[in-house]
Design a protein around this ligand. Structure first.
Ligand code: ADP
Ligand code: MG
Length: 676
């Protein structure tokens, strides 16, 4: 038996169960070895009911009485009386009505859960239940819990995995020995044995660390190798032309910040070399990334190259086209806009201009990556709010040039260092850590829903002094199942009563692109006082006269998202306000307290990473594809260790091909994360 052996060959697996395993992607013994338990139950510590203390407990009991009742819409509570020879206790499950059928048999079960004081009594909350007769022979051990596979009893899965024990014992090492020694890691085979057949809880942790290290190491090594490969490519050479830059800066209505100058200079130097640039421009909301992009595009155009600027939404593409043409057209650089709304002959004409090079900067949405778009000489690609795009979308745009174009990815979502290393490992990073002068910190305050009237008076005061406001709701229409605010209802409510005397606009994703553009234009021209909007304004929208943002059901948003939304204000010298309305009058959540006290996007991103994991920060598309089994990208310490070893691996010039399995996985990650 080896790792490629078909699963049918394992004792106990029939044609039928093989089919069921296949639905979970398990076809070979190797797949099954990698199918790691998602949790463990500790049956080495079974307690008599009489001796149960608050906290995590496991008991061996029968169910005496069980019933389910609906409490409110969306919540059903199942209560049961559990008994052993020493006494009885109560268990509850939320929304698990199937427990009734499962437990009515009168058989003996192991129940494992938290024994706690809740609803005026001590009870076992949401315990797991495993039939005693289903358990392996020696039950006084730590039991692995596998992700359930339809049609397969969990105990059968455990039995079949147990058949692989001899094979796992003989598995070869996948990491270089030098790394195992330096990092004091468990061997691969030991780690997998500990995961599938644990003897104690501590061992599981060490095993998990070893396997997580391996995943991170592969990922980091992939980005090191991509970096090396990128360095071998030849790109366009675009030299520094001082007068062009000076001319651009001279016509700006403001002075560039030091951070903007430094970033622009780093980019310009990259362009002045033969290797294509791969750079990430990170700057907190409102730090002025667009003008940096404009400056570079200006110099790129001077040498006869085109720049493509890709934005995630049509609203943002429109806005960029406007900002960038204001910056560049006076200097004789022509700017075009390509979105889904540009149709028919206008679109054909634009294609022609792009293909002949008569338009030099092309701003657009995903429309830019379509096959029909042919560039004359694409030298520079800017991807704004890059976490909104998948790697493949960026790659497609980069492919539209004869040589690899220079690439600048921009993001307003500050990326914690651990993530920057893993996911953006092959990018150089520039940071705008400074806001333009004269900006006052935004005042952020959480309001209880009962005090809305008072809050609206404050908003009205701002409007009276000529400023504008956003009101953000999650939903477009009301949903009878919850009390979450919708833009349509809020819009009507505000327009018909409190803000009768104000001009209000409505913006959401279901409007036609032209309607969206129209409303956005009116708001940015100051023809509307209030914009009631869904999160379509979350990123990038820049209306500097808006100084108030009210966010309804604020507790439902992630921290980074709240920070982005808040960034719609505070874009001028005027004092700005962010008012968060909680869904209930209960005390504010941790997230709301954090956002109230800090305006620092980097700090908030770190907190968000800890509270919610990385998905939020760097885009679902990539996160899903990486498909990390064990490692989490929030584990900064382990990432730092893996990074160190990946660097050593490259500098020591070890031959990757010597490590077959490692090489295969690294190749896979390389393909996934590369920009070339
Ligand atoms: P972001 O980094 O969030 O994309 P923008 O590029 O939209 O920020 O810039 C935010 C606002 O700040 C814009 O209205 C822009 O004109 C203005 N701005 C940019 N740089 C400066 C500066 N150095 N001084 C004053 N205002 C600036
Ligand atoms: Mg922006």
């Amino acid at each position: 038996m080896n790792l490629d052996t078909k699963i049918e060959k394992i004792k106990g697996v029939g044609v039928k169960s093989a089919e069921q395993f296949a639905t979970a992607g398990i076809e070979t013994t190797g797949d099954l070895v990698d199918f790691l338990p998602r949790a463990y139950e500790d049956y080495s510590q079974v307690t008599k009911i009489l001796g149960v203390k608050p906290g995590k407990v496991t008991i061996k009991a029968r169910c005496e009485k069980i019933s389910t009742r609906p409490v409110r819409r969306g919540l059903r509570i199942t209560t049961a009386t559990l008994a052993d020879s020493s006494g009885k206790l109560q268990a509850v499950w939320f929304n698990q009505p199937y427990r009734e059928t499962q437990l009515k048999s009168g058989q003996e079960f192991y129940f494992s859960g938290i024994f706690e004081f809740n609803y005026n009594r001590y009870q076992l909350t949401n315990p797991s239940a495993e039939r005693v007769s289903d358990m392996p022979v020696q039950t006084d051990r730590i039991l692995p819990i596998y992700r359930s596979i339809k049609g397969l009893k969990s105990n059968l899965v455990r039995k079949i995995v147990a058949e692989l024990k001899p094979l796992i014992t003989m598995l070869l090492e996948t990491l270089p020995d030098s790394i195992i020694v330096r990092e004091k890691l468990m061997s691969r085979s030991q780690a997998l044995l500990a995961m599938h057949f644990p003897e104690n809880i501590d061992q599981i942790e060490i095993a998990r660390e070893r396997l997580a290290f391996e995943e991170l190491f592969q990922l980091l090594l992939a980005s090191q190798l991509n970096r090396q490969e990128n360095a071998k490519l030849t790109g366009w050479h675009i030299p520094f032309e001082q007068p062009v830059v000076a001319n651009f800066v001279k016509q700006l209505p403001f002075k560039l910040t030091t951070a903007q100058r430094v970033a622009a200079w780093q980019i310009i130097q990259d362009l002045d070399s033969k290797t294509p640039m791969n750079r990430l421009l990170q700057g907190d909301v409102g730090s002025g990334k667009t003008v940096v992009a404009g400056l570079v595009a200006c110099q790129v155009a001077h040498f006869g190259f085109q720049t493509a600027v890709m934005a995630p939404t049509e609203i943002l593409a429109n806005q960029h086209a406007e900002t960038i043409s204001k910056l560049l057209e006076p200097l004789g650089v022509s700017v075009g806009l390509l979105t889904g709304s540009v149709k028919g002959s206008a679109r054909k004409e634009l294609y022609k201009q792009i293909a002949t090079g008569s338009v030099q900067v092309i701003v657009g949405t995903h429309a830019l990556i379509q096959d029909t778009v042919k560039f004359h000489k694409l030298g520079f690609v800017i991807v704004d709010e890059q976490h909104r795009f998948g790697v493949d979308q960026r790659q497609q745009l980069l492919k539209k040039s004869e040589h690899m174009p220079h690439m600048l990815a921009m993001t307003a979502t500050p990326i914690p260092r651990s993530l920057a290393l893993t996911v953006y490992g092959e990018l150089d990073i520039s940071i705008l850590d400074e806001l333009p002068t004269g900006r006052k910190p935004i005042i952020t305050k959480t309001w209880s829903p009962n005090s809305r009237t008072q809050l609206y008076q404050l908003v009205d005061l701002e409007l009276s002094s000529g400023r504008q406001a956003y009101v953000v709701c999650t939903l477009i229409e009301d949903n009878p199942d919850n009390e979450i605010k919708s833009v349509q209802t809020e819009y009507k409510k505000l327009q018909n009563s409190i803000f009768k005397h104000r001009r209000i606009g409505l913006l959401h994703g279901k409007l036609k692109p032209a309607e969206k553009a129209e409303v956005m234009q009116q708001f940015s021209d100051g023809k509307l006082d209030i914009l009631v909007s869904t999160t379509v304004v979350e990123v990038g929208v820049d209306v500097s006269n808006a100084t108030v943002i009210v966010i309804e059901n604020a507790d439902r948003f992630g921290l980074s998202q709240l920070h982005q939304l808040r960034g719609r204000v505070g874009r001028s010298v005027h004092q700005s306000y962010c008012y968060l309305i909680a869904s209930t009058s209960a005390k504010p959540t941790r997230r709301l307290r954090e956002i109230e006290k800090s305006n620092d996007g980097f700090y908030l991103a770190e907190v968000d990473l800890r509270l919610r994991g990385p998905g939020e920060i760097y885009g679902r598309v990539q996160h899903g594809a990486l498909n990390l089994q064990i490692a989490t990208l929030a584990d900064a310490k382990l990432i730092a260790r893996a990074q160190k070893q990946a660097k050593l691996f490259v500098t020591e010039n070890l031959n990757l091909l010597q490590y077959k399995q490692l090489a295969a996985q690294v190749k896979y990650y390389q393909r996934l994360t590369t920009l070339n």
